[in-house]
Design a protein around this ligand. Structure first.
Ligand SMILES: Cc1ncc(COP(=O)(O)O)c(C=O)c1O
Length: 480
């Protein structure tokens, strides 16, 4: 049997270059700590208590708030997931209405389940050319706030995984005019603060709660994140819920990694980000010469609700070539030892950070230019049709009630009219096309069958052939 630790060590000795998280990029020249065992402690005298911070951990939170220029910040060791769960729980009461963008991360849906919230969805527009989600428009939010009374909280993801940023300032205004809180999942935007070439963080645009994963785009260990709060009224409940969702034994190794990351930024952010943006610009410039592959850039801004774009994401589209994302990723990995963050049918996605090296960027650029020259244009192929539904499915039962009901498995083709007991998501663009409590219809069934045939990734189905789905049993009540 393989041993995990041995495998990690031997992988670290190979020269695979990470175009993926965590943002420290395994760059041990820039980021290092003592042997973890030497600094792994519990809440002993002098080292404070994350759940009742009065000393060094309270100071860490204050330093983060000062660096990000906001009212209050909490370092997190259970990822943005913990911050999102705590934020949703603090800003709502059990059973309240929440308006959430349909492309939210699963932790947002999980927060809604835990609080028994009534979910109202807003579907982001699809950028047809690339089959990625666009931004959320404030006037659509306003329409829903007027139609549905008493929405307590709005949750949107900005930037998205692909770097799409919505107009947070307008959304915050609309939310506050109608008495709703705004939580922005900025898990992919912890770096925005440090250079004017990145979009402005939601923290400075009126959002009440902003959650950022440090480990995604900054040099910190996996699971580290921060929860920022600009509304004093939420603080007490936030702390109550953080105590529920975060481990009662928060890792001092992870907390130390947050401290190292924050110290680096306090001391050196300006120079590091100057150099990083310069390297990113060079990378973007050298990829301009690509003939067949296409690098996504800020030309998408201004359409489909896209207010701004995060250029730290390197997204290479393959439309009109004879290859797909899986093939491109395999060649990048096998021939050039470059490992990307994600592959989709029509693109591959890389994540970058201040810890990327010049060598790493050069290797990626050289690989893509060489592959591009080998490729042939094939306009007939992969004329990619994003899979869109004419509207959201009918919501019959509340999300939280649906997950508590008795379920059975049926063939997808026989599921029309049944109520889903599961999330079904499609990649790209990655948002759920169906959530628990929603009714299957003919259009959905046709789409699921179609996307499986064309080889898109779909999650949430069952059976060896992925042709079955969990639905709520007819004529049964909740499990007591
Ligand atoms: C948009 C978004 N939000 C939240 C999360 C959860 O973050 P974490 O892994 O830090 O818990 C993710 C993780 O992939 C994400 O992509």
């Amino acid at each position: 049997v393989d041993k995990l630790y041995d495998k990690l060590i031997s992988y670290s000795e190979e020269d695979y270059y990470p175009m993926h998280m965590p943002g420290h990029k395994r760059n041990t020249k820039m980021m290092h700590m003592l042997n973890s065992y030497a600094i792994d402690i519990t809440e002993i005298e002098g080292f404070d208590n994350l759940h009742h911070a009065e000393g060094i951990l309270r100071q860490l939170g204050e330093r983060i708030a000062s660096l990000y220029n906001c009212q209050k910040s909490y370092p997190l060791v259970n990822g943005s997931t913990a911050g999102i769960l705590a934020g949703i729980s603090a800003a709502t009461n059990r059973g309240d209405k929440i308006l959430l963008a349909r492309n939210c991360h699963k932790s947002v849906y999980h927060g809604a389940i835990l609080m028994g919230l009534q979910t109202i969805y807003i579907n982001p527009p699809m950028v047809e050319k690339y089959a990625i989600n666009g931004g959320i428009l404030s006037d659509k939010i306003e329409e829903l706030l007027i139609k549905e009374e008493n929405i307590k909280l709005i949750v949107i993801t900005s930037p998205t995984y692909e770097g799409v940023v919505s107009d947070i300032e307008s959304i915050a205004k609309v939310a506050h005019q109608r008495g709703a809180f705004l939580l922005v999942d900025e898990a992919h935007g912890a770096h925005f603060e440090f250079h004017k070439e990145f979009p402005v963080s939601a923290l400075h645009l009126g959002a009440d709660l902003v959650i950022q994963s440090l480990h995604k785009t900054l040099p910190a260990l996996t699971q580290t994140a921060v929860l920022h709060c600009n509304r004093e009224i939420l603080l007490h409940k936030l702390e109550q819920y953080l105590a529920i969702y975060e481990s009662s034994s928060p890792s001092y190794v992870l907390l130390a990694s947050i401290d190292r990351c924050i110290t680096l930024l306090e001391e050196n952010a300006k120079d590091l980000f100057q150099m990083y943006c310069h390297r990113l610009d060079n990378l973007h410039n050298s990829l301009r010469s690509l003939m067949h592959l296409k690098l996504l850039n800020d030309a998408i801004v201004g359409q489909d609700g896209i207010y701004n774009y995060d250029k730290s994401k390197i997204i290479i589209f393959l439309k009109n070539t004879s290859w797909n994302g899986h093939q491109l990723h395999a060649i990048l990995r096998e021939r050039y030892h470059i490992v990307m963050e994600m592959e989709a049918i029509n693109y591959v996605l890389g994540m970058t950070s201040i810890c990327d090296t010049e060598e790493g960027f050069d290797r990626l650029a050289a690989a893509l230019i060489a592959i591009d020259q080998e490729m042939e244009l094939d306009p007939s192929n992969l004329e990619f049709q994003p899979s869109t539904l004419s509207g959201l499915p009918e919501q019959v039962i509340k999300l939280q009630e649906a997950v508590e009901m008795r379920t059975e498995t049926v063939k997808v083709k026989d599921s029309i009219g049944r109520i889903s007991a599961t999330f079904v998501s499609l990649f790209p663009p990655g948002s759920p096309i169906l959530t628990p409590g929603e009714r299957m219809n003919e259009e959905l069934v046709k789409m699921i069958i179609h996307v499986r045939q064309v080889g898109l990734t779909i999650t949430g189905l069952l059976g060896e052939n992925n042709d079955e789905i969990a639905v709520i049993c007819n004529n049964t009540s909740e499990i007591d």
